[in-house]
Structures are given as structure tokens and as C-alpha cells.
Design a protein around this ligand. Structure first.
Ligand code: GLP
Length: 246
């Protein structure tokens, strides 16, 4: 695993963006697995800058997003489809038909999970999967549980995730209680994985994920078994890992 410890969020974002840019430059028609949340926002801003300067093109890139709130329409301002449009897709030359996000309004979530898994499989899964991490070690919306879910599925969000994400909604009551998420199996099929973490409130989760036992209680701990993981964090998120070196 490669670890980049950067001094702050902006430096973390530039580093993460450079890993994604390297992927796109070396394989212009690559499949990018994309993530939402506050962690990758700066990374997307940097990619947009390079696109605007003419240094990067997404014309041939295909993308598959990790997850979507169940029950939110694509144009709801807290849906992950809306997040991707406003934070990246609307500002670069990626073709709309080459982007995929689970359908939060699907009537039959099990069928939507199966369909979405087929979309990811049809693309050959991600060349590079970008991941943030929840404070409880979740990746995508794979919450701590007693097994590692394999494929895209409907999940009940934990209280800690609802609470953490309530800041984006009018109140915690407005946070959807369920989500469709790629499974751990879907994520692990990516050829490369890039994790971005920032802030002291992630330090415990980062330590548990990369130094603790591999357990579905800390879903991100499975990444220890992936052969090509790059972890990019700011100093406070990586504080416990760096303490650990000596
Ligand atoms: C959400 C998303 C995750 C994301 C996590 C952390 O729950 N489903 O993909 O990694 O939040 O978000 P943030 O980066 O805002 O801390």
C-alpha cells in the first residue's frame, strides 16, 4: 500500500487528483469508480481545473458511482446523482451516457441492485475506485455488519451514519434510512483503489481499517487484502498511522 500524508485538505485533494489524472492519461477510456461525500470534493475541483486548462479530458471515461440514497430522486439536492452533476460531471467533458449512479427511485431495490451490478460487471469493473471512508469505517454505504456483502444491494443506514450525514439535510429526520450501495465484492474487483481521508474524526477509523484486524465490523479493513491501494490523507486523519511507524 502507498500512503501519502499531506499537510492539509487542499494538498490531499491535489495528490488524490494526480492519481486519478495519471489513470485517465494512461488509459483515456478507463472506468472510474467515483465517490461522494465531503472528502472527494476538493479532488473533483482539482480535476475540473486541469480540464479547464486543457490538461485533462474525460471524453472517453466511463464512470460508476458507489452508491445512492434510496428514495431520493436524481434531482434532489442531496442525491448522489445531483452531487456528481454539480461537483464534477457538469464541469467536465464526460458524456452523460457514460456515467452511472444507482436509481434511488427504483421500485424494486433488489432488482436495481442486480441491474447495477450488471452495469459494473459490463464495464469490467473499475480501473480505479475512489473511496472516502465513514467514521465507522464504512465504504460506499457498506455499514459495519457480520459479513462482507458481495454485490450491489439495499442497506439500512446506521444511526452513526445518519447522524454524520444529517449536516447536509434540514434535520436528521430528513436523512434517508436506506441506500443502494456497491458491495464489498464490487469494490474489491477494482484494479486500483484510492482512499481519501481528512480530519481528526477519521483517525480512529483509518487506524482500524489499515492496522486493525480484517473484520466486517470495520468494512474498510478488507482493503488490506487488495493488492493496489493508495491512501491519501491529511496529517490529522493519518495521525495514528504515522505515530505507529516508530
Ligand atoms: C457517505 C458516503 C461514503 C463516504 C462517507 C464519508 O456515507 N456514502 O461514500 O465515504 O459518507 O463522507 P465524508 O467524506 O463527508 O466524511
Amino acid at each position: 500500500m502507498r500512503i501519502y500524508c499531506e499537510k492539509d485538505y487542499d494538498a490531499m485533494s491535489r495528490r488524490a487528483a494526480s492519481v486519478i489524472a495519471a489513470q485517465v492519461v494512461s488509459k483515456p477510456d478507463c472506468v472510474l469508480g467515483l465517490a461522494t461525500g465531503s472528502s472527494p470534493v476538493g479532488t473533483y475541483q482539482q480535476l475540473i481545473k486541469w480540464y479547464e486548462q486543457g490538461d485533462l479530458s474525460f471524453r472517453e471515461v466511463r464512470s460508476v458511482n458507489l452508491d445512492e440514497y434510496y428514495g431520493l430522486a436524481p434531482d434532489h439536492d442531496q442525491s448522489y446523482r445531483y452531487f456528481m452533476q454539480t461537483n464534477l460531471f457538469d464541469h467536465v467533458d464526460i458524456l452523460p451516457e457514460n456515467t452511472s449512479v444507482p436509481d434511488g427511485l427504483a421500485k424494486d431495490p433488489a432488482a436495481e441492485g442486480a441491474r447495477y451490478e450488471q452495469v459494473a460487471a459490463g464495464l469490467g469493473y473499475a480501473d480505479l475506485q475512489l473511496l472516502g471512508m465513514g467514521r465507522n469505517g464504512h465504504i460506499g454505504f457498506n455499514e459495519p455488519c457480520d459479513h462482507f456483502p458481495l454485490a450491489t444491494h439495499l442497506v439500512d443506514l446506521t444511526e452513526s451514519t445518519i447522524e454524520a450525514n444529517a449536516r447536509f439535510f434540514a434535520s436528521a429526520d430528513d436523512v434517508p434510512r436506506q441506500a443502494l450501495t456497491m458491495g464489498i465484492g464490487t469494490i474489491m474487483r477494482a484494479r486500483k483503489i484510492l482512499v481519501v481521508v481528512s480530519g481528526a474524526d477519521k483517525a480512529d477509523a483509518v487506524w482500524k481499517a489499515f492496522r486493525g484486524p480484517i473484520t466486517p465490523d470495520v468494512p474498510a479493513s478488507i482493503l488490506q487484502l487488495h493488492p493496489d491501494v493508495t491512501l491519501v490523507g491529511d496529517e490529522s486523519a493519518l495521525a495514528k498511522l504515522t505515530e505507529d511507524k516508530g
